[in-house]
Design a protein. Structure first.
Length: 446
């Protein structure tokens, strides 16, 4: 039996499980919603070419939420048998008897639901062959080890391949499902020179196996990144321009996600409170969300409440266009859900035409940040202070690696004063953007 046939049968069985749970919940509740998912996959790892781990997994879970007289009860189960589903439904009904009345609780509004969910080409499974996975992981690791004699140790290579089914239904008559897959490969090594040891990694990820970079690219990129970190220096305390590499720039905009989430807004715990419809980014900068991007790593036809997703501008010409709302946070704010239960879906931030080297030349002199550490960011005040490492740049060229520094500022100012976004787009994240240049930050060093 092929994977496609297996998954088709699995999908049908899971849809029946959701329908059963909804039918059982109907007698004791005013409304209900059920989500079920099942994931199957393989993970392998190697070290010095030897197999360290081969793990096959097949995990499923069902979650049900019932609403009765403005009270809410939730329960979940990893046992998807009919008897277990019945017990899970009853547990949710029992819990709802004891929770507090909440007038904002309830399933998503019917007119927002994804009754016409599109096919987004997310399902590209491959046969779960351990030998093939081991070969790919070992090749990635070997390419890194062979790149340079300064590569002295390895944390290994890895390969992962998973596919799954998600089903959602509620008492408004919605019952939708979709299948997806994800494959990835990585390598991590250690380099040493004059007693200084540094480590780094590289990876590739995609919906289809054919979307992955070659194992040799992964290994060579891993070696390049690791070697570039050798013999780091410290910096004196100063203020200077800072450029976030594309890989870490996604995290900068990730703080924006939290700041404009409906939950943060109704709790008044965001530094962007009352900024809807106002300028929060430079006027040349727009953030688009494209949840229906074919094969997108964060694409989805509906959110975790069954609300249909849709393309929209999050920020247009620097002006904040929307909060990111679930049904609950939308009701608290007197608005409508934006389909963001469960997170964001393919944010795309267009560059301004400069590649990575062009960005360095524009900065001229300053700090290129390639890694961030620590959690020193306040979503309430916007205060930002994190450990960093990267490279010192002069005359538009990288001079030497730096480490053991801290960069600090305030997110409100950092976002508003972005100088340039590069076209070296990082596509392996739910936020796709290039390198980001800021005019100045505090750098704490020696």
């Amino acid at each position: 039996m092929t994977i496609t046939t297996q998954v088709a049968e699995q999908r049908k069985a899971l849809e029946l499980a959701v329908a059963q749970a909804l039918e059982l919940a109907r007698a004791g509740s005013d409304a209900a919603e059920v989500a079920v998912s099942k994931t199957t996959g393989i993970s392998v790892s190697t070290r010095y070419g030897d197999v360290e781990n081969v793990e096959f997994n097949s995990d499923g879970a069902l979650g049900i939420t019932v609403y009765h007289q403005q009270r809410k009860g939730s329960a979940s189960s990893t046992d998807l048998s009919p008897d277990a589903i019945a017990r899970t439904v009853q547990a949710a009904l029992d819990i709802a008897r004891y929770t507090s009345v909440d007038p904002f609780a309830g399933p998503a509004d019917r007119d927002l639901l994804a009754f016409d969910a599109p096919d987004l080409d997310l399902f590209h499974p491959t046969e779960l062959d351990a030998d093939r996975g081991i070969e790919l992981a070992a090749r990635a690791e070997q390419a890194a080890l062979q790149a340079d004699k300064r590569i002295t140790n390895t944390e290994g290579g890895s390969f992962n391949s998973h596919y799954g089914v998600k089903v959602f239904g509620n008492s408004h008559g919605l019952l939708k499902s979709y299948c997806s897959s994800r494959h990835s490969m990585s390598s991590c090594v250690i380099a040493e020179v004059n007693g200084d040891m540094e480590r780094d990694y590289a990876y590739t990820v995609g919906r289809a196996l054919d979307d992955l970079r070659s194992p040799e690219w992964v290994g060579e990129e891993c070696a390049r990144r690791t070697l570039s970190r050798l013999s780091p220096r410290k910096l004196p305390t100063m203020q200077a321009p800072v450029m976030f590499s594309a890989e870490v720039a996604t995290g900068l905009f990730g703080h924006l996600v939290g700041a404009i989430s409906g939950g943060s807004v109704y709790r008044k715990s965001t530094f962007l409170l009352d900024k809807l419809g106002q300028q929060i980014l430079p006027e040349w900068l727009t953030i688009e969300e494209q949840p229906h991007l074919l094969r997108g790593l964060a694409s989805t036809p509906f959110d975790s409440e069954g609300v249909r997703t849709q393309a929209r501008d999050i920020v247009k010409a620097g002006v904040l266009q929307t909060w990111l709302m679930t049904s609950y946070s939308a009701r608290k704010l007197g608005m409508q859900s934006t389909g963001h239960a469960g997170g964001i879906h393919n944010w795309r931030i267009a560059g301004q035409g400069l590649d990575f080297n062009g960005m360095l030349k524009q900065m001229g002199k300053g700090l290129l940040v390639t890694e961030l550490m620590g959690q020193g960011v306040s979503g309430v005040t916007g205060d930002y202070s994190r450990g960093a490492s990267g490279f010192w740049v002069e005359n538009g060229e990288i001079q030497y690696p730096v480490s053991e520094i801290t960069i600090a500022g305030n997110l409100k100012d950092m976002l508003r004063n972005i100088v340039t976004v590069g076209n070296d787009i990082e596509t392996r994240s739910n936020i796709q953007c290039g390198s980001v240049l800021l005019p100045e930050m505090k750098i704490a060093g020696e």
